[in-house]
Ligand binder design. Structure first.
Ligand SMILES: Cc1cc2nc3c(=O)[nH]c(=O)nc-3n(C[C@H](O)[C@H](O)[C@H](O)COP(=O)(O)OP(=O)(O)OC[C@H]3O[C@@H](n4cnc5c(N)ncnc54)[C@H](O)[C@@H]3O)c2cc1C
Length: 437
């Protein structure tokens, strides 16, 4: 029986272990807890949820719901346990966190093909097929073990995310394309603000509720990457003289000379997602939504990814990993979970499943699966490997990552078409995913 190693018994690691065990491998799963723990984990259970007990929407017309549907179709352990231990939560999949991780631990520990070693894996034996799923708080471990593979600026230790908006939800009658001092260059979408609008925005940011900051996240700020709420503390005009400066931008006909400008930049090649430049923030999600939607051009904005600033170790995927999630320098070593550059419990689980399926194919000499961008898995992988940002920030699933529906139809109908298209492709992918069991 082939032996494989998995380091990390979190969401991605346990999903990967389960999938490989089902495919006939002897899996050695290293989990450091309880011997050694992280700043976020509280128990010694496998698959522990480190914070919220919500796995977000279950609705299939929501990208989070569609991702869960896809994982269920592929036989995900984590999603199965989530539904099994579901508690009341409206449209969201909210779980009893104790029962959830207890269920995962029992299944993994009882599985005859999995040997759980409660040890901190100090070093990685690069000659053995291994999945590294050590989570967002394992930056030092990654740096120590993969110094050569992640050299340069290819390993991040924290994220600094500024909100991302689905382009089609922006009111383009109140915005225009253009770059500072570059006539004819359309790299940025500019939202001009007058004095009143600017002052209102600054006031709202000043008074906004901030998210709880963990002790280990307190020391993150450094000059050049301050959250927007820290910038406004330095004076009401600071934003207007820095990232919102109105200079060098020529307003087209019909627009007044702006007092300040919010700039958005494409997040992907098609421009279906736009990122608000420099607005990394620790405001709560509710406040971010309220403030963003108070800006006339963004009144109906669909927020694909909220801003955040966390300790968060992840690699610059496209430079470091192959499409099958193995390391370019060591094709026997695969990465999974948050360290691949995805954001979220279910997204981390997905990469655990993908790494396992692709590793199995690699060992058996079968070509890797090429995931369709019309499915949540393919859409996320497409972001990881083909994003155009120099400073890649982790991404959660959202419809802005999918190929757009070009026809001019209403939002509801567009979503329904996207879901129908996704289901068709998931059905096809499912055959490939399950064929090796
Ligand atoms: C503080 C915090 C709060 C978060 N809150 C949310 C949230 O509310 N909702 C959400 O969707 N996402 C949240 N995330 C993001 C992300 O979804 C979670 O971090 C998720 O747990 C990532 O899954 P993972 O499998 O990649 O890592 P983890 O679940 O962290 O699993 C990694 C595992 O590896 C073990 N390990 C690490 N190094 C070694 C080693 N060398 N040897 C042996 N074992 C090792 C760890 O003990 C751990 O069990 C949060 C992240 C953090 C840091």
């Amino acid at each position: 029986m082939n032996e494989v190693v998995i380091i990390g018994g979190g969401l991605a690691g346990t999903e990967a272990a389960y999938q490989l065990a089902k495919r006939g491998y002897h899996v050695i799963l290293y989990e450091q807890r309880p011997q050694k723990t992280t700043e976020a984990h509280k128990t010694d259970r496998l698959g522990e949820l480190v914070c919220s007990n919500s796995l977000k929407s279950m609705e299939i017309t929501n990208a989070h719901g569609l991702l869960k549907y896809e994982l269920s179709e592929y036989g995900s352990l984590i999603i199965e346990q989530a539904y099994k231990n579901r508690i009341a939560g409206g449209k969201a999949l909210v779980v009893d966190r104790e029962e959830f991780s207890k269920g995962i631990t029992e299944i993994i520990e009882k599985e005859k093909n999995i040997e759980v070693r409660r040890e901190f894996a100090e070093h990685i034996d690069k000659s053995k097929p291994t999945i590294v799923a050590t989570g967002p708080l394992s930056g030092e471990f990654l740096e120590r073990n993969f110094a050569n593979s992640v050299k340069g600026n290819n390993l991040y230790f924290y994220d600094a995310i500024s909100p991302t908006i689905v382009t089609e939800s922006i009111d383009f009658t109140r915005a225009f394309w253009g770059s500072r001092y570059m006539e004819g260059d359309n790299a940025y979408l500019n939202i001009p603000l007058n004095r009143d609008e600017y002052n209102k925005l600054v006031d709202m940011i000043k008074n906004a509720e901030k998210a709880h900051v963990h002790e280990f996240d307190r020391e993150l700020f450094f000059e050049g990457c301050l959250p927007v709420e820290e910038i406004v503390k330095r004076g009401d005009n600071t934003l207007r003289f820095s990232l919102m400066k109105p200079v060098g931008i020529s307003s087209p006909e019909g627009f007044d000379k702006p007092y300040a400008v919010i700039q958005l930049r494409r997040e992907n090649r098609e421009g279906t997602l736009l990122n608000i430049v420099g607005f990394q923030t620790r405001m709560t999600y509710t406040e971010q939504k309220r403030i963003i939607r108070s800006i006339a051009a963004l009144k109906n904005a669909e927020i694909a990814r909220y801003g955040s600033m966390h300790r968060n170790a992840y690699v610059k995927t496209k430079n470091v990993l192959n499409y099958n999630l193995s390391l370019k320098q060591h094709p026997e070593i695969f990465f999974a979970g948050q360290i691949t550059g995805v954001e979220g419990y279910v997204e981390s689980t997905l990469t655990g499943l993908i790494a396992a399926v692709q590793m199995d194919r690699y060992i058996k000499g079968i070509a890797p699966i090429k995931f369709s961008r019309n499915t949540p898995s393919g859409a996320l992988l497409n972001y990881l490997f083909f994003n155009i940002s120099d400073n890649m920030q982790p991404m959660n699933i959202n419809f802005g990552l999918f190929p757009p529906i070009e026809e001019k139809i209403g939002k509801k109908e567009r979503r329904e078409r996207m879901v129908k298209r996704a289901k068709w492709w998931i059905e096809k992918q499912k055959v490939e995913i399950l064929e090796t069991i």
